[in-house]
Design a protein around this ligand. Structure first.
Ligand code: ADP
Ligand code: MG
Length: 355
């Protein structure tokens, strides 16, 4: 009896498409922040200051001292697929920068109020503009949408306000600002450890001290001390592995057998992008299980550089997932090295206690 009448197929309105795409890339404030950090690092910054209000839902602000954005590029800055980093599809195989598809700022502008203040070395003043739905928008109603001249230092400041203001279901999904802030501090901490030569600070709005603070000249070990603690920093061994056959190089700092944490901390970078990998985490935990007391977990900072031709970063717009060739072999080589280094430390300790 039930008849389904075929309905007409229609194209979705562009605004709807853009909002859907934005919601896929930016699920939580931390995802917007990660894109902004990567942009600032791509711009050659040596200082990143981050300010967060209400777990990033009210305000996410990042101030860098990088190359800035040319005033003439400001009108297309937040359009989808506008980028200074990629020209041809083939460039994906040699891309050295974090971003490459020109979607981050566009996405943010569809689901938040976005303000950009920027100054290049050549410009005599800074320029400030607001964006909405991918386009320049007036700073105040009735005003022109054109960028406005203002005073400012070289670099870029990006403010993201009222994230998800027009996506009420997403907005309601956030229960606690402190949970979102914790995710943000964790992600900032990862880049603060990894980005040598770059100073980081991350502050909650209204608080005097910074949650994360690292000066530009700190070593990686000191970065770990500042972001985490001395109990970890004092028990780290350096790791270096490479293989021409598999086209990779790995280095890092990993905890020795004296350290046992409650949870595994895995700070993983693949070609300088912070990523997650359950395969690597599992292999690392298995490796340490032989050296740590039951339930003890390691701290592992690992930076993998893999020949870009062997990495597929195009799996998903968020780039949180990265596929690469010979994953199993590479993981095994890294774990072999960890095992050997842990074994060495172990024998020297046995030797010392015996003498
Ligand atoms: P992508 O990083 O993939 O190119 P984005 O939407 O993140 O796309 O950024 C678009 C462009 O805006 C970048 O290619 C870059 O030229 C410029 N840009 C963004 N953020 C900054 C920044 N902090 N400093 C300088 N330029 C920036
Ligand atoms: Mg980007």
């Amino acid at each position: 009896e039930e008849m389904v009448e075929p309905r007409r197929i229609r194209a979705l309105h562009e605004d709807v498409v853009n909002k859907i795409a934005a919601g896929e890339i930016i699920v939580a404030p931390v995802h917007a922040l990660k894109e902004l950090i990567e942009n600032a690092v791509d711009a050659g910054s040596t200082s990143l200051e981050i300010l967060v209000k209400d777990g990033g839902l009210k305000l996410l602000q990042i101030t860098d001292n990088g190359c800035g954005i040319k005033k003439d590029d400001m009108p297309i800055l937040c359009e989808r697929f506008t980028t200074s980093k990629l020209k041809a599809f083939e460039d994906l195989t040699s891309i050295g920068t974090y971003g490459f598809r020109g979607e981050a700022l566009a996405s943010i502008s569809h689901i938040a109020h976005l303000t950009v203040t920027t100054k290049t070395a050549e410009s005599s003043c800074a320029w400030k503009a607001q964006y909405s739905g991918g386009k320049l928008a007036p700073l105040k109603p009735g005003q022109s949408a054109e960028p406005k001249a203002c005073a400012g230092r070289q670099g870029t400041q990006i403010s993201v306000e009222d994230l998800f203001y027009n996506v009420p279901t997403r907005r309601r999904a956030f229960r606690s600002a402190s949970e979102e802030y914790a995710k943000i501090a964790d992600q900032v901490g990862r880049y603060a450890v990894h980005c040598k030569g770059v100073a980081f600070s991350c502050k909650k709005f209204g608080e005097a001290g910074a949650g994360v603070a690292v000066p530009a000249n700190a070593t990686v070990r000191d970065r770990i001390r500042m972001v985490h603690n001395s109990a970890i920093a004092n028990e780290l061994i350096e790791l270096e592995v490479s293989s021409q056959m598999f086209g990779f190089k790995a280095d890092g700092l990993v905890s020795n057998a004296n350290y046992n944490g409650k949870k595994t901390s895995l700070l993983l970078f693949i070609n300088h992008r912070s990523v997650e990998s359950s395969a690597i985490k599992k292999a690392v935990e298995q490796t340490y299980a032989m050296f740590l007391p039951k339930g003890g977990k390691p701290f592992v900072y690992l930076s993998l550089e893999i020949d870009p031709a062997r990495v597929d970063v195009n799996v998903h717009p968020t780039k949180r997932e990265v596929n690469f060739l010979n994953e199993d072999e590479i993981i095994e080589l890294v774990c072999d090295e960890v095992r050997e280094r842990l074994g060495k430390v172990d024998t020297s300790r046995t030797f010392m206690t015996q003498s």
